[in-house]
Design a protein around this ligand. Structure first.
Ligand code: C2E
Ligand code: CA
Ligand code: CA
Ligand code: CA
Length: 279
């Protein structure tokens, strides 16, 4: 038993080393990724249920690694957050998303909003507000077409600090939304004091919507809460017609998910905008 225990220990130690090594290699690669032009943005349409139109897109980052191929953001965003590289990545995403949104307008397409995800470390960065105004000025994009998605846990860590920063951004004309709503611990009282225009129902509540009475209750509660607080509400991860029907029935305003479109390159969005409604 002792021998086995020892072997097990070595086994785990080996696994941990491999993981750590890989983690460090990825972190190192990430540091260079921005400068090396290895990051790409894809865009996922957000559909207005009433009009069926694409009123906005969410920018989602991809890392085209020279040897590993496409690395998912679920893998590298947490590493970038840990190492601090997220600040540089976030700035690149912001500038590129604003530039692209402006480009669609210049192509004569109806203006849509572009949403950018902001991670905790990026949100805490002193230069965030400056970087946002630089990205707008440089691209010529009007602030009303930019939305920042922040998570519930991010804003609840230090409510006063988050309120102050969000008010600064709001004063510039930028929209703010809460991502993954329902997965963190929001103080409902605090929620009132944030200049938020939209709550996004996390896809974990959408997945089993057709079969789970609990998820149905949660989705309805979030929709009702949003409307009580004069906010719009969007559901993410909508994959089936059944999920769409439930959400529509509960009064959800907007949706995003594979049912409408996967995240796609900018050119495909251009084609889509020039075409018929999605829903
Ligand atoms: P998120 O902000 O919650 O983004 C939604 C994720 O759900 C995206 O994954 C999207 O591709 C995926 N998705 C969209 N529709 C569906 C659907 O119908 N079904 C399912 N199962 N999934 C769907 P993605 O692109 O892999 O991004 C993962 C996460 O990485 C994002 O979650 C976000 O937290 C983070 N992320 C992505 N881009 C950025 C970025 O530029 N900056 C920061 N800070 N984080 C980012
Ligand atoms: Ca998001
Ligand atoms: Ca989300
Ligand atoms: Ca999520």
């Amino acid at each position: 038993a002792k021998e086995l225990g020892k072997n097990n220990c070595q086994f785990y130690a080996h696994e941990m080393n491999a993981t750590l090594e890989e983690k460090l290699a990825l972190m190192d690669g990430l540091r260079k990724a921005v400068g090396a032009g290895q990051l790409r943005l894809v865009y996922q349409p957000k559909v207005d249920l009433e009009t069926g139109r694409v009123f906005g897109v969410e920018a989602l980052v991809r890392w085209q690694h020279p040897e590993r191929g496409l690395v998912r953001p679920d893998v590298f965003i947490p590493l970038a957050e840990e190492s601090g590289t997220i600040v540089a990545i976030g700035e690149w995403v912001l500038r590129e998303a604003c530039r692209q949104a402006r480009r669609w307008q210049e192509d004569g397409l109806a203006p849509i909003s572009v949403s950018v995800n902001v991670s905790p470390r990026q949100f805490d960065d002193r230069r965030l507000v400056t970087r946002v105004s630089e990205a707008l000025a440089e691209s010529g994009l009007d602030a009303r077409w930019l939305e920042l998605e922040v998570t519930e846990s991010l804003i609840m860590r230090d409510v006063q600090q988050a309120v102050d920063k969000m008010r600064e951004l709001e004063a510039m004309g930028i929209a703010l939304s809460i991502d993954d709503f329902g997965t963190g611990y929001s103080s409902l009282a605090a929620l009132k004091s944030f200049p938020i225009s939209r709550l996004k129902i996390d896809k974990s509540f959408v997945r089993d919507l057709a079969h789970s009475a609990d998820d149905q209750a949660i989705a309805r509660a979030i929709i009702s809460l949003s409307h009580q607080l004069q906010m719009r509400v969007i559901a993410e991860g909508v994959e089936t017609e059944q999920q769409r029907a439930f959400l529509a029935q509960y009064g959800c305003d907007e949706m995003q998910g594979y049912l409408f479109s996967k995240p796609v390159p900018a050119d495909d969005i251009g084609t889509m905008l020039a075409r018929r409604p999605l829903a």
